[in-house]
Ligand binder design. Structure first.
Ligand code: GDP
Ligand code: IMO
Ligand code: MG
Length: 450
């Protein structure tokens, strides 16, 4: 069977923690989209691991696959694997031969495009992670991308570089007006240097037996009765199709992405469980609207600071402070529908403890209408006024004790909050996060038992 873990908001909902939690029951953990823009945290007995490419199952020694839907920076991957080895883990990671490679020029282009957007003062920069994600997916769709398989065939690699690189040079020089002869980023546009470096990378991938035909591999594992856990990265509202375009990433974190990005059939993925990971409030790193953002006045800003500190809301990849808002149910309804959630895990319930006031947005008001879901355009979403419901607050509690005793040990108001969320989105709560550690999760349902 399969279990697909999906971010239901704007990323950083605590997906890594749940992948780790349920990863103990999985035989394979698969990333199906995104790249090293992800930052997934696993805390095991107080030891913290921050993973950007290596699937989170690595902490438990489960084989990890980077599916064909991923964009892979092999240098980040090797660094991460080497670091984990130094810390005593032995990550077994295989990369789909159909996955696309993030080349040095993609990272440079990501940076330049953001700079250009920032300079025109139109406020249209996305605030990307600068990892080259967008430019790599552009080349994939534009049929000029370099795939992992190409790194294993030096002649093919050269041919592809000779086609793509002059176009990138022309883009930075003729469109963006950079003089590469005078720029320390020139090597990112040098066919010979790239060919040499990436041929060596291909050799390491081959030597370590790291490449796979992902679809073939996963279908065999599935046919053999193995349990496959899909680890979504990012979140529904930064999905390129279903998110608030253009303030999105360039892939499909929603559950449909799991089939396309791995080559396991939709019927197999759809026959499994799809669990949306929900943060009990909202955080956003990067630009774009956030109707429930706590930034209206000094009091709201102080509350946001408090939640940010308690929740450690600073980007895992870039260290940027995350913007904070109240839970937004129209966003969750959209997420539940798009991915077909069978359950949700609500994290950070500990972080909301001890507040003076607790609110959740149940609907939006826009031009005199009440909406129960997110409008299709960012311009309309930006103009939405949240309709709030005020809920009872709860006092701080001992997370470890609650996790051990179970759901009924949670403060009553916290349980009411969770039941309210489940009711509003018509989806059962499978797990409740009360702290970052593997043990600090209250489990109501293990999706692998469903
Ligand atoms: P991901 O990208 O969805 O995997 O989430 P991140 O790892 O980027 O961010 C989530 C952060 O919250 C990490 O620091 C986690 O260790 C932490 N975390 C996860 N679940 C909980 C929870 O229930 N309570 C608290 N306080 N922290 C949590
Ligand atoms: P995880 O998997 C939160 C955001 C960036 C930016 C936008 C596009 O840890 O939840 P990109 O570099 O992907 O082109 O940036 O998406 N973003 C994330 N925000 N969590 C993530 O991943 C994110 N990955 C990208 O901040 O707004
Ligand atoms: Mg993250």
């Amino acid at each position: 069977m399969t279990l697909t873990i999906v971010g239901s908001q704007l990323g950083d909902e605590g997906k890594g923690a749940l992948v780790d939690r349920w990863g103990g029951d999985a035989d394979v953990v698969v990333r199906y989209q995104g790249g090293d823009n992800a930052g997934h945290t696993v805390v095991e007995g107080g030891t913290e691991y921050k993973l950007s490419l290596v699937p989170s199952g690595a902490v438990r020694g489960t084989v990890g696959i980077l599916g064909n839907g991923c964009v892979v920076n092999p240098k980040t991957l090797f660094t991460e694997i080497d670091d984990l080895r130094e810390r005593g883990l032995d990550p077994d990671v295989r990369v789909a031969r159909r996955a696309h490679v993030i080349m040095p020029y993609h990272r440079v282009l990501d940076g330049i495009e953001e700079e250009v957007k920032a300079d025109d003062d139109a406020g249209d920069e996305v605030g990307t992670t600068g990892r080259g994600i967008g430019p790599t997916y552009e080349d994939k769709a534009g049929r000029r991308g370099i795939r992992i398989a190409d790194l294993l065939a030096p002649d093919v690699l050269r041919e592809k570089l000779e086609y793509a690189v002059p176009q990138k040079r022309a883009l930075v020089e003729d469109v963006y007006g950079l003089d590469l002869a005078e720029d320390d980023r020139a090597e990112a546009f040098d066919v010979d240097a790239l060919h040499e470096e990436f041929t060596r990378i291909g050799e390491r991938l081959a030597d370590e037996g790291m490449t796979v035909n992902c679809s073939d591999y996963l279908n065999r594992r599935s046919d053999a009765g193995d349990r496959i856990l899909f680890e979504g990265a990012q979140g529904t509202h930064i999905d390129v199709d279903h998110g608030n375009y253009p303030f999105v990433t360039s892939s499909n974190p929603t559950a449909g992405g799991a089939a396309v990005g791995s080559g396991l059939g939709v019927t197999t993925v759809g026959d499994g469980e799809v669990v949306g990971i929900v943060k009990a409030y909202l955080s956003r790193v990067g630009s774009g609207p956030l109707p429930t953002e706590l930034d209206g006045d000094a009091e709201e800003e102080a509350l946001a600071d408090d939640i940010r500190e308690k929740g450690g809301e600073f980007g895992t990849v870039t260290g940027r402070p995350r913007r904070i808002g109240w839970l937004d149910l129209p966003m969750l309804r959209h997420a539940a529908r798009v991915s077909g959630f069978t359950g949700v895990a609500v994290n950070h319930v500990d972080v909301l403890a001890g507040l003076d006031e607790l609110k959740a947005c149940t609907a939006y008001e826009l031009d005199g209408d009440e909406l129960d879901t997110v409008p299709t355009t960012t311009e309309r979403w930006e103009r939405c006024e949240p309709v709030y419901e005020t809920l009872d607050t709860w006092e701080p509690f001992d997370s470890a004790a609650v996790a051990e005793e179970g759901y009924d040990a949670l403060p009553e108001a916290a349980r009411e909050y969770l039941e309210f969320v489940a009711d509003e989105i018509d989806t059962p709560v499978y797990a409740v996060g009360v702290g970052p550690d593997r043990e600090e999760t209250v489990e109501l349902t293990n999706p692998f038992d469903e």
